[in-house]
Design a protein around this ligand. Structure first.
Ligand code: ATP
Ligand code: MG
Length: 554
């Protein structure tokens, strides 16, 4: 099924919001995208923030960008800047609403004290091991901590000391006093604060206690007046906890709505795994063109518009959503088919000599930049008596339906003449090294006068003017549909996901700007690598093939 036939799934969140606005339950729409700055964003995050920014746009509201930076150990400014750039790249704007959970550390501390004072929180001094034991299991209730009934005064004093740095990490935590036998594990006296003697990327050494994500997240939304906290399904079980904090603190209550996360075949999306791929050098970095990260996709040449289209097409629902990678690739092809200028390049050259063309003549042929869009102009294409074609486009004993070059056969050279293969030249081992062809010099921009039909068109470059460049042929990083299902996802890595090769390209391409994508006619879309290209030495990344070659393998 081509993606343009995919139904646009109705968005149940949009329906909820429209109803709330109609009934007067809410009067405005404020959403947010809350990444943790501990890695680069991937296509799953793009689904989340397209949804959040998209809904805000639709309803005339706004969407905040909030970094959930409650874990100082793993977080870095490098990620903050990269995430901002990625969100902007897809065309979204948070305006003045750039926030950090760490902006709320003072307020969160005061709220923790407030909960202690109302008997809703206590300092627990069990070891991690004891705590784990007493937590119970999904089928058995937990047991109360021996410290659960500490007096308010003692709790206040201990919490103050935790804050002052009087204790080493891991000795005490602050817990909410809810219910150790709740069937919802998240309500079994969850941790609110832990001791971490760690430097924070924004608050420096001010704190040695840090709020848990679950104590910071809902309150962050509340402080910002977020009306819809849209998140993925795994937070559904946390919702009662977020609501509990909001209720006990008597503060503004956002509404949490959960949707199914995006799973993409032939891909992993856990940040831990992506980091491992980088650290263990299975890829060249977060921006390796095979990574499912937005920096990787950008470098590979995926247009932002294609990713937005993809996020719209896959829709938003609550059922597990597995999307085949080919759907994304098809969005990329559709977009590039419209926007990419056409060029000629040859990946596996076979020499062709035009025997009836003067050896000292060079013609500058006019070649349209885009067959359907004349407004994109044209460029000059040198033609001479020595050319290269792709070896694939010649067969000595062609099967039926092979309409390209073969002994005695005619074919059209793209933007040039019709040629006929008169002679095949081999080396001593019998390997074909050259084709000698005649050209019908009366067929430039027109069909043969005698009405003979030429079915094949092939691409070519002029031997002397062509330039040799590096092309990086990227394929899927994994060769299993669900790498997470294999015992070790690293075993599902596709050993052929990267191949460096050379191509002969038409001279015009040497001036291409970094990051520009072209269609190498009949081969695929290629983008000038923005990182490793040097002035005068472009390197081309294969962005996507012209057709889905995986579909036919299955
Ligand atoms: P990981 O679990 O790998 O650490 P994460 O989901 O915790 O990643 P966050 O930075 O916390 O990463 O994610 C920010 C937002 O993006 C969250 O609201 C999260 O629900 C959403 N998100 C993450 N992955 C996906 C996905 N695959 N599909 C849709 N939304 C996602
Ligand atoms: Mg997270």
């Amino acid at each position: 099924m081509s993606t343009s036939e995919l139904p646009v799934t109705s968005n149940f969140i949009r329906t909820i919001i429209a109803e709330d606005l109609a009934s007067g339950k809410r009067s405005q729409v404020i959403t947010r995208f809350p990444p943790e700055p501990n890695g680069y964003l991937h296509i799953g995050h793009a689904k989340s923030f397209s949804l959040n920014f998209g809904l805000a746009e639709d309803f005339g509201g706004c969407c905040h960008l909030r970094f959930d930076d409650t874990n100082p150990v793993k977080e870095e400014d490098e990620y903050v800047e990269a995430i901002k750039a990625d969100v902007r790249w897809l065309g979204f704007d948070w305006g003045e609403h750039l926030h950090f959970a760490s902006d709320y550390f003072d307020q969160l501390y005061l709220w923790a004290v407030q909960l202690i004072k109302t008997g809703k929180a206590y300092v627990d001094s069990q070891t991690a091991e004891q705590m784990r034991k007493n937590r119970g299991t999904l089928t058995e209730p937990g047991a109360d901590s021996p410290f659960r009934d500490r007096s308010i005064e003692e709790n206040l004093e201990l919490f103050q000391k935790m804050k002052n740095g009087d204790f080493p990490g891991g000795t005490h935590i602050l817990r909410a006093k809810i219910d150790m036998s709740s069937p919802n594990m998240n309500l079994r006296d969850p941790a609110m604060y832990r001791i971490l003697h760690a430097h924070h990327h924004r608050t420096g050494d001010k704190w040695c206690i840090y709020p848990m994500y679950d104590f910071a997240h809902g309150q962050g939304d509340s402080i910002e007046g977020v009306t819809y906290s849209i998140c993925t399904l795994e937070f559904e079980d946390h919702r009662p906890l977020y609501d509990w904090f909001i209720e006990k603190l008597e503060i503004f209550a956002p509404q949490q709505v959960e949707f199914a996360r995006l799973n993409l075949s032939y891909t992993v999306m856990s940040k831990r795994k992506l980091l491992q791929l980088v650290n263990d050098k299975h890829v060249s970095g977060w921006d390796d063109p095979r990574m499912p990260t937005l920096v990787g996709m950008r470098r590979r040449g995926y247009p932002a518009a294609a990713i937005r289209t993809f996020c719209e097409r896959i829709g938003v629902g609550r059922g597990a959503s597995w999307i085949d990678l080919s759907v994304l690739e098809e969005c990329v092809r559709e977009q590039l088919n419209q926007s990419a200028l056409r060029r000629l390049a040859v990946l596996d050259p076979l020499k062709v000599t035009i025997t009836n063309y003067p050896t000292d003549k060079i013609e500058e042929l006019d070649a349209a930049n885009h067959p359907q869009q004349p407004e994109l102009g044209s460029r000059k294409l040198p033609f001479s008596h020595e050319l290269y074609i792709d070896r694939d486009d010649f067969m000595e004993e062609p099967p039926k339906k092979f309409f390209r070059l073969a002994p005695g056969r005619e074919v059209r050279l793209r933007n040039a003449y019709i040629i006929k293969c008169e002679e095949v030249i081999r080396d001593e081992s019998g390997y074909v090294v050259e084709l000698r062809c005649s050209a019908d010099l009366d067929t430039l921009g027109k069909n043969p006068a005698d009405g003979r039909k030429i079915k094949g068109i092939i691409h070519w470059v002029s031997a002397v003017q062509a330039e040799e460049v590096e092309v990086r042929l990227y394929d899927r990083l994994f060769n299993q549909e669900n790498p997470d299902k294999t015992e070790n996802y690293l075993n599902a890595l596709n050993p052929e996901s990267f191949q460096s090769s050379t191509a002969l390209i038409e001279p015009e391409l040497m001036n291409a700007e970094l990051g520009t994508t072209f269609q190498f006619e009949r081969i695929g879309y290629f983008t000038v690598d923005s990182k490793d290209s040097l002035p005068g030495t472009p390197i081309f990344n294969r962005t996507v093939t012209l057709r889905d070659t995986w579909a036919k393998l299955k």
